[in-house]
Design a protein around this ligand. Sequence first.
Ligand code: HEM
Length: 209
Amino acid sequence: MTIATAEMSGAPPAANPVIHPHWVRITHWINVIAILVMVGSGWQIYNASPLFPFMFPPAVTLGGWLAGALRWHFAAMWLLVVNGVIYVTLGFATGRFRRKLWPIRPGDVIADAGAALQLKLSYADLSVYNAVQKAAYAGVLLAGAVVVLSGLALWKPVQLQWLAALCGGYDGARYVHFFAMAAIGGFAAIHVAMAFIVPKSLRAMITGR
Ligand code: HEM
């Protein structure tokens, strides 16, 4: 039986239980700001030396020019990493990841994705993530780790040669960094749409309940 109580409080289920404790909400919204700055400035940096035959429209970039964008990127990187380390540490330490994101069974992900496409997936109990949510949240955490590690390889390719080598060299790290960004962007597009399709989930991520 799933008991929708506050984080490990041991208290009996409340009428209006806490779904997202303070630390989840605070780190989540700081992460949104950090990601927006990282992506906007990253697109401006990309435009200085595009990997593909397209550029990002200046209206969606941040920094104005290469040096300006690099300063935004390096400033927001600390926010992203410190905030991310706090979230991941607390996610493991409080048991939230184990309770909310585990286990992820491929069969369940396929079944829930099918149900969602037929509009048959229930969002009645916000305290339990469906298999698609579990896979998406675990996946975006992985993409976040890859984007940070490949970014570190690009930032310090001499000192962190082994990391750059792991990405297939400096140029390889640029592609890894780009595709990890694209995965996070793809996740965010669907994730934000879902938050507005199920507004009570957005309310819970703001008020906690
Ligand atoms: C304006 C943008 C965003 C909005 C409105 C938003 C909204 C939400 C909402 C409503 C939930 C709760 C989902 C539920 O209970 O079913 C949630 C959870 C989550 N979001 Fe976002 N989100 C945004 C951006 C992002 C971004 C950019 C990322 C990562 C790159 C992200 C990662 C996550 C994760 C990992 C969770 C699960 C947190 C946990 O339970 O520990 N979100 N978000």
